[in-house]
Ligand binder design. Structure first.
Ligand SMILES: [Zn+2]
Length: 315
């Protein structure tokens, strides 16, 4: 069994671990990213600490290091467009760590890393074509097509979050209009609850938030839904319908076996999954919907580390 180091780089924490070629996580630890210091070198040093921790006591039996980073990554492991990390622009991450550790280093967009991990060991195990979407502040996505991570010609990003679902929709921070992220990103889901409250609608969401708008979170909206709140139900149904419309296009394009959904609002929210499935069945090309399954991500909180480590085991 081969081993690899998995590094899941986030704006707040760097999660590091030692993973195996059958998807086990032998050890893991979180390190602060220290992005607030505003220095690229400080973050790189934190990454070194994280890698050193994972390599400690492994007797050089490690096949390589996999790194999942926010942003767009090119085919040489150079990172672009990562606004939450300081000076993370045109940064040759692969070269930096390959020189330092003298072993193969694979750098990928973080959601692509999660997608690969879910494909090899998680919800997509055994499938051939899979789409993975992560819901959070933003909406991330990755696609495995015929057993290979889709990377495009030179850049690794499958920016599902910035697919247009309404060409006359509001502008997104990426510059495009009517992106799916503009409807189901964390802040926009919360804004729907806030709007309803400001319109004077009665909702348990406001009571659970102790009548403070700033306390409203997607988690709290789900709690209100579970307790039978009408507004919360409407919000979650709308999230399901938006995602259902998006996946209808993706099913028509890629004919996937499995659609994996992970992250915040989707956890323990059966209502979202059932509406997505219903929408796909109603709207996508009939033949393409016969075998498609919509399921929650399977690797839990460590999915970023396991996915990053799994990058080393790509064929
Ligand atoms: Zn966008």
């Amino acid at each position: 069994m081969e081993k690899s180091v998995g590094i899941d780089l986030g704006g707040t924490f760097i999660k590091a671990g030692l993973t195996t070629s059958d998807g086990a996580l032998l050890k893991s630890m979180s390190f602060p990213t220290l992005a607030e210091k505003g220095s690229r070198d400080v973050v790189l040093r934190q990454m070194e600490k994280a890698i050193d921790f994972a390599l400690q006591g492994t007797d050089k039996k490690v096949k390589g290091i996999g790194i999942g980073t926010p942003g767009i990554v090119d085919d040489k492991g150079c990172v672009f467009d990562s606004p939450n990390l300081p000076e993370w622009e045109n940064l040759p991450l692969q070269n930096i760590f390959q020189d330092k550790y003298s072993m193969p280093v694979v750098v990928e967009n973080d959601v692509n890393a999660i997608t690969w991990g879910e494909f090899l060991y998680g919800a997509g195990k055994g499938s051939n074509t899979m789409i993975c979407v992560t819901l959070g502040t933003g909406v991330g996505g990755g696609i495995v097509h015929n057993g290979k991570l889709m990377r495009g010609k030179t850049y690794s990003a499958v920016e599902i979050g910035h697919m247009t679902i309404d060409y006359k929709g509001p502008q997104c921070k990426c510059g495009n209009y009517g992106c799916i992220e503009r409807y189901v990103g964390r802040d926009y889901i919360v804004a729907k609850a806030v709007d309803a409250i400001k319109e004077g609608k009665e909702t348990l969401i406001y009571i659970l938030a102790e009548r403070k708008i700033e306390n409203i979170t997607p988690k709290l909206i789900k709690e209100a839904w579970r307790k039978g709140d009408f507004i919360a139900r409407q919000i979650l149904e709308d999230v399901g319908l938006c995602l259902g419309a998006l996946f209808t296009s993706l099913v028509n394009l890629f004919n996937p076996e499995i659609i994996v959904i992970g992250g915040g609002i989707s956890q323990q929210a059966d209502i979202i999954f059932s509406i997505i499935e219903k929408t796909i069945q109603e709207r996508a090309m009939k033949r393409l919907t016969i075998n498609v399954k919509v399921i929650p991500a399977g690797l839990g909180n460590e999915t970023g580390i396991i996915g990053a480590g799994a990058l080393v085991f790509q064929k």
